[in-house]
Design a protein around this ligand. Structure first.
Ligand SMILES: Cc1cc2nc3c(=O)[nH]c(=O)nc-3n(C[C@H](O)[C@H](O)[C@H](O)COP(=O)(O)OP(=O)(O)OC[C@H]3O[C@@H](n4cnc5c(N)ncnc54)[C@H](O)[C@@H]3O)c2cc1C
Length: 394
């Protein structure tokens, strides 16, 4: 095996999955994460299809089962918290014959991280300042000034990837913005949602909450903005202001939820965007996950596809005996056309994702209700099965 020493920038879903498999396949991965610890936060995700298949091969399904949010109903509520409709979620899950979880993103991230081989070096609170590469190595200068050589570098650092910027250029070349922003954070010691998923809409905006048995409430906001907003990526103060301005007068529990945003420790705020690139690699550097093929929240599959891509990339490196030219080429050949299809499918929902009128809200609730009817749930869920992606046994 050649090119064993691999630096992975970003210990999110893609980065940790990649580290897991590279180690298993005989490589020596190092994980680099800008945050001081594994990032928590994020709303609930449907976890099925390709991601489930990868998780099964990692042997982490029993751990994921322990954190599965086994809920039966999604409630649509009005401003007085009266139920205006509901969707029978259990019926939908039954269609997938139990091969589906509903997970908080932070629980998924923790489970993968806790299952990493303890020999994997993880560097927290640092990032890459400069990247140089030649025929033999990649020379990394970290933001704390230290320099280190690696055989390969993989950028798994999300939608606003630092590696992508340093190696491929500015984000604006690759980002396709879809007209929405999303935010999520946890409120501790408050069971606001009666242990159910509740979703509230006004035209152009949506809020959902979920309270778990530990008295924690996870919030999830989406709002429409035709123009891209101006703020610094790490300026959570400004992002919180934007969120308060967007939802302050939206009614329902919004004032109560927003009153807690300033003390949230896992605040997340981002645009709903996709990343589209002609090629995911350059020399000894490649990308994985949102960094190169972000399908966006519109797809509902960002995390599971991050895991699938990481598995394929690690597997192709193994199969090529560490020959990165061969492996990076094969990884893209196998996975890029599939991801392009997923991005297109997600794009289709962009315009109608958040209803713009009260009639639209009523229609959307009706559509959700119909999904509990098996013929519609079969149609809807067939896209989540990822049956068009063959995962090789490496
Ligand atoms: C805290 C958090 C909450 C999220 N919540 C939601 C949500 O509610 N809804 C939704 O649709 N999507 C959410 N996402 C995005 C979602 O996790 C991803 O779309 C999906 O899981 C793909 O995973 P990824 O590993 O490619 O990217 P991510 O999960 O975003 O992971 C990227 C990782 O790279 C790290 N990183 C970033 N920059 C650097 C750098 N310069 N150097 C080193 N490391 C860096 C990040 O801290 C993060 O740990 C969230 C992401 C995070 C990090």
């Amino acid at each position: 095996m050649i090119n064993r020493n691999i630096l992975i920038s970003g210990a999110g879903i893609a980065g940790t999955t990649l580290a897991f498999w590279l180690k298993k396949f005989g490589f020596n991965p190092t994980l680099l994460e800008i945050s001081p610890k594994i990032r928590e936060g994020g709303y609930a995700i449907d976890f099925m299809g390709a991601g489930y298949n990868v998780a099964e091969r990692m042997g982490i399904v029993p751990d994921l089962k322990k954190v599965d949010i086994d809920f039966s109903t999604l409630r649509f509520v009005d401003k007085n918290n009266n139920e205006k409709g509901s969707m029978n979620y259990q019926k939908i899950k039954n269609f997938l014959k139990g091969r589906a979880f509903t997970l908080l993103r932070s629980d998924l991230a923790k489970v993968i991280y806790n299952n990493l081989d303890k020999d994997i070096e993880v560097i927290f609170g640092n990032t890459i300042k400069n990247i140089e590469q030649d025929e033999e190595k990649v020379v990394i200068t970290f933001s704390n000034g230290t320099k280190q050589n690696f055989d390969l570098l993989i950028g798994a650092d999300g939608l606003h990837s630092n590696v992508r910027k340093l190696v491929f250029g500015e984000e604006t070349q690759f980002e396709k913005y879809y007209g929405y922003y999303t935010s999520s954070y946890t409120i501790n010691n408050a069971s606001i949602g009666n242990n159910a998923f509740s979703m509230y809409n006004v035209p152009y905006k949506q809020v959902a909450i979920y309270s778990n048995k530990e008295n924690k409430t996870t919030t999830f906001f989406i709002f429409t903005s035709i123009e891209k907003l101006s703020y610094q990526q790490h300026d959570s103060g400004k992002q919180k202001q934007i969120l308060k301005a967007a939802f302050g007068d939206s009614g329902w529990m919004c004032p109560q939820l927003l009153a807690e945003v300033d003390t949230a420790t896992d605040f997340y705020f981002d645009s709903i965007s996709q990343i589209k690139m002609e090629c995911w690699h350059k020399g000894r550097v490649s990308l994985v996950g949102d960094a190169c093929y972000c399908p966006s929240l519109l797809s509902g599959k960002g995390s599971t596809l991050a895991m699938a891509g990481a598995y394929i990339l690690a597997g192709e490196l193994k199969q090529a005996g560490g020959d990165f030219n061969e492996a990076f080429h094969q990884y893209e050949k196998l996975f890029k056309p599939f991801m392009e299809k997923k991005q297109k499918a997600a794009q289709f929902f962009a315009k109608s994702f958040i209803p713009k009128t009260n009639y639209g809200i009523w229609m959307r609730n009706l559509a959700f209700k119909l999904m509990s009817v098996s013929i519609f749930s079969k149609l809807f869920l067939s896209q989540f099965k990822d049956s068009d992606l063959m995962l090789k046994e490496y």
